[in-house]
Design a protein around this ligand. Structure first.
Ligand code: NAP
Ligand code: MN
Length: 265
């Protein structure tokens, strides 16, 4: 597998992580990798930390299609991290011996009020920022499907299905299935408001539109992965699978379902 070798390390500049990173730099250099400090020049972007660090690395570097992402964990193996920091030499050997593979992960494109889009790897969540419920009209393509009233909704990618989505009893979805999952957060169901009540999956060609009913009681907060958008008054949020994906370097013998088993069973 041809791996170009400009390596950029993405991590939180704390003294603790700096100390763990120093030996990696040496090892990487000895093995023909070229450390770059300008992320624009990177062919490989390695996040050092947990899934959280991986989410930040992809977001802050703009979900680049022209490079490989790899997650290196400092703590224990997660969903986006296939390698442990103390086994960095094994990671380099694995790359040399072609024991690694590249997997494409679908990402979500979020457009709020027709402004420039945001992308997410886990999910986009919209939820009430106050104690009150708020109301959302839910459209699938242009079809008005339901009117939701409650705390909010989560729209997750397949790889995000094991995160927030799972906490509200959404299904775990195989990342080889390009789809987005819509899950409710505490819907209020009565004779006036009724929603499906279960999560549902949409295929790659569908667009979900969430129209926030502007009734003066609407105070939604929009989250993209682990960041909140600084948008105060959202009216219409369009969500669909992006027509780009990210490439992630992973071990061959560490499938998504092995990760699910390791973490949950
Ligand atoms: P956090 O609240 O500190 O951590 C949430 C936990 O989710 C961490 O243990 C994190 O792993 C893990 N995680 C992240 N992505 C995952 C994935 N795809 N599958 C399984 N577990 C995953 O927040 P954070 O670390 O910044 O992560 C942001 C994510 O937290 C959001 O994208 C959302 O999915 C999730 N979240 C969950 C809830 C909930 O379950 N009630 C509420 C809000 C947000 P690491 O420790 O390795 O980072
Ligand atoms: Mn965390």
């Amino acid at each position: 597998m041809p791996i170009r070798n400009n390596l950029y390390l993405f991590y939180k500049r704390t003294q603790e992580i700096e100390e763990q990173v120093q030996p990696l730099l040496k090892l990487a250099n000895q093995n023909g990798f070229h450390l770059v400090t300008n992320v624009e020049e990177a062919d490989i972007i390695a996040s050092i930390g947990g899934d959280n660090a991986f989410l930040q690395a992809t977001r802050k570097t703009g979900f680049r299609e022209d490079c490989l992402y790899v997650g290196v964990n400092t703590d224990s193996l997660g969903f986006y991290t296939d390698f442990m920091i103390q086994d960095f030499d094994q990671m380099i050997q694995a790359m040399k011996n072609e024991e690694v593979e590249v997997r494409r992960y679908p990402i979500l494109k979020v457009t709020v009020d027709q402004e420039h889009p945001f992308y997410c790897l886990n999910e986009c969540s919209i939820r009430s920022n106050v104690i009150k419920t708020f109301v959302i009209d839910v459209l699938i393509d242009d079809f008005h499907f339901e009117t939701f009233r409650g705390d909010g909704m989560i729209v997750s990618t397949p790889t995000g299905s094991t995160a927030y989505n799972m906490s509200v009893k959404g299904a775990v979805v195989d990342p080889t299935l390009p789809s987005l999952q819509v899950s409710e957060i505490a819907s209020l169901n009565n004779n006036e408001y009724r929603t499906l009540g279960t999560s549902f999956l949409l295929g790659a060609d569908r667009t979900l539109t969430l129209k926030v009913v502007q009734d003066g009681n609407d105070h939604p907060i929009i989250g993209v992965d682990n960041e909140a958008l600084s948008i105060r008054h959202a009216k219409e949020i369009k969500l669909r699978l992006a027509n780009k994906s990210i490439k992630v370097l992973k071990l061959k013998n560490n499938s998504f379902w092995q990760k699910v088993q390791r973490n949950f069973l």
